[in-house]
Design a protein around this ligand. Sequence first.
Ligand SMILES: C[S@@+](CC[C@H](N)C(=O)[O-])C[C@H]1O[C@@H](n2cnc3c(N)ncnc32)[C@H](O)[C@@H]1O
Length: 281
Amino acid sequence: MRINNKIISQIMNRFDFIIRYLYCRFSFIKKIMFWSLYSSDFKDLDQVFEKMKSIFENNNVIIKDKKVLELGPGNSRLMGYNFIVHGAKKVILLDKYPRVQNTNRQRKFQEEEFEFIARKYNYTKADLSTDFLFSDKISFLSGDLCELDMSNVYIIFSNSVLEHVKDIGNAIECMSKVLVKGGYMYHNIDLRDHFNFNYPFLFYKYEQDIWNKYLTKEGTSYTNRFRYDDYMHLFKKHSFEVVSEDIIRRDLDPVKLSSQFADKQKGDLEVCKLCILLRKI
Ligand SMILES: C[S@@+](CC[C@H](N)C(=O)[O-])C[C@H]1O[C@@H](n2cnc3c(N)ncnc32)[C@H](O)[C@@H]1O
């Protein structure tokens, strides 16, 4: 989260261990207090789509007639709609901990998202529902990619997801298996500590066993703390080549490093965001 008040920010940082610990243990806190934080922002996601589309165009990645998989769509179908409008044959939205619940908030969210996409492409709502969007071209699945029987995917996309995947090595191996040879993956990875975005490297101070045992929890707040070099190693190991990448770094302010991070290159530790297009070779 982003905490702009300096005093609150300092207090939060001072007590981050206990706050993280309570947050992991009592997941109802998240449900009650952080709906807006954990709800996707479809206007932001639309910009993510537009940026990705221009990177695809520059690198001859074709959407038309292709099968697309989005990992971790959260509670949004916006990427699916955009891919279908651009001619994708099929879009699978797959989330391991889906937040698409049948609540009034979610219904309102979906309606607004649908109206947004109708306005964007000058469709009437009737066009969209009867024409292509609610046909069998988009499916929303709940589960783990490695446990599903999927193949012949041409594009895998994710936004702010890979940093939350627990067994990321296994997940990237599974992505490689479901993709066709020559297929593409496009991921936006947010490598910052999500506790307080103004202090993106605060979590470097924790040893891995403490982190996993007390301070992060799969399905609630899990962050794997993989760094740029770790991702690069995994992508290479599972037969991916980098087609394009966009990296945002921030200075590593004086920050305590646990043994896991002590030997890493400063340049790898400073990466905050990575936007990467990869091709399966
Ligand atoms: C920070 S949210 C991002 C949601 C959405 N992509 C967005 O940008 O608004 C991370 C999402 O990844 C999902 N997720 C975590 N681990 C996953 C996994 N192994 N496979 C698929 N989705 C996963 C979570 O359930 C959550 O919906």
